[in-house]
Design a protein around this ligand. Structure first.
Ligand code: SAH
Length: 387
């Protein structure tokens, strides 16, 4: 049987150069191929006309550019677009484009330089962490995406934008889709490398954000490899509460998590900070006492808080609700008054299930968590008193 072909998509430049050296070619071939793949969006090796015919035919035998297929995008009236990226074994992960207000996907305002096109990408098929308020966790987990499947989401989305005459392309990438990026470490690092490479997407390190539920040892490792922006899903100022919302906290409690953040902040330098994500759930973590505890916890740390009003999803069995606007504003002012920079994330794309925490895709659950979850629900339905 012939060996599987090497997929050149998502390969960092250094790896691609070694690949060419390994077949007796000059390393600059890597640069040529990268321009074809990412700038010209060419996947057919034969179309790479500045490469000799004989090298092209050799390349075709050993390599390919295989991009995960995208389904037709679903469009929300606020301009958000959600695609399903088809990955292995008939599974699908979700990718979400969030264009800045001021231009929409359908009617890009040409020449508005401040406009951002943020792409929210997935790093795993499902998620193994099972945070209590997140739809992805309820789907269960199947495995990691490859670097090609991660970069492929950005490749496809930027091609879609170009096809619609939006030549700004993807300006920001956040690893806030399905999965825990730090549990798929090397492919995520490789992908960030390609996202930032001038021959590929050329996105600055400040505009590439890895979001983590708090895999402490991996935050420390991250500092050895990169200095992209970091967001931490905090959601609670105390361990008893965070243990419930983010079960990973039992392994890596808040104090350890903040130590790892301080470590990463040294890598980021004086002028950059870490974003603390805090999903506000009514009656769970949204009291003024919680805000005070949070402010106390973060004082002295270069951190900004990003408040995310809870987004409901169909499978939620906890009966979680989003606090009303007044309560959210009270929580935010309490933090601001304590001197903590705090932003409120506007809910976007919720009408198509594309908002934070609503992404599900198609996951063949290998952990049987979804089954156990539904079974538990069936039992509690039976034992519930009749209304
Ligand atoms: N595993 C990573 C990446 C997922 S990020 C992480 O935990 O950071 C997704 C972001 O959306 C996280 O901050 C997550 O906590 C938040 N989120 C998840 N479910 C949500 C929901 N139902 N409503 C609002 N935000 C949610």
């Amino acid at each position: 049987m012939a060996d599987a072909k090497t997929n050149l998509l998502g390969m960092p430049r250094a790896a691609l150069r070694s690949f060419f050296e390994g077949i007796g070619e000059k390393p600059y071939r890597a640069d040529q191929v990268m321009r074809w793949i990412y700038r010209a969006k060419v996947t057919d090796i034969d179309a790479m006309t500045n490469i000799s015919r004989s090298l092209r035919s050799h390349l075709r035998e050993i390599a390919e550019i295989r991009v995960p297929a995208f389904s037709a995008g679903r469009r929300s009236s606020d301009g958000v677009v959600k695609w399903l990226a088809h990955v292995e074994q008939g599974q699908e992960v979700e990718t979400v484009l969030i264009p800045d207000a001021g231009g929409t996907y359908d009617a890009p305002e040409a020449g508005t330089p401040t406009r951002r096109n943020t792409l929210c990408i997935s790093s795993q098929v499902g998620c193994s962490l099972d945070c209590s308020f997140c739809a992805t966790g309820k789907q269960g987990f199947n495995g990691n995406l490859t670097r090609a499947e991660i970069v492929g989401q950005v490749w496809q989305a930027s091609r879609e934008l170009a096809a619609r005459g939006d030549d700004r392309g993807i300006t920001n990438v956040v690893f806030m889709g399905m999965g825990e990026p730090l549990l798929n470490f090397q492919p995520v690092i490789d992908a960030t490398d390609v996202l930032m490479d001038d021959l590929a997407f050329g996105i600055s390190k400040r505009r590439v954000t890895i979001s983590t539920a708090g895999v402490v040892p991996r935050i420390r490792d991250l500092a050895l490899h990169t200095d992209v922006s970091l967001a931490v899903s905090l959601h609670a100022p105390r361990d008893e509460l965070r243990n419930v919302l983010v079960p990973l906290n039992r392994k890596y409690p808040i104090a350890d998590l903040l130590d790892a953040c301080r470590h990463y902040l040294r890598r980021l330098g004086e002028r950059r900070s870490i974003t603390m994500e805090y999903t506000l759930i009514e009656g769970v973590n949204d009291s003024l006492a919680d805000a005070r505890d949070l402010a106390r916890l973060l004082t002295g740390l270069r951190a900004k808080v990003n408040l995310i009003p809870f987004n409901p999803f169909p499978d939620d069995r906890n009966g979680y609700r989003r606090p009303d606007a007044k309560r959210i504003a009270g929580f935010q002012s309490s933090l601001l008054n304590a001197g903590i920079a705090t932003m409120l994330r506007t809910t976007r794309g919720d009408e198509i299930g594309a908002a934070c925490g609503q992404l599900t895709g198609t996951v063949h659950d290998r952990t049987r968590r979804r089954m156990r979850y539904l079974a538990r629900e069936a039992v509690s339905m039976q034992t519930r008193p009749a209304p």
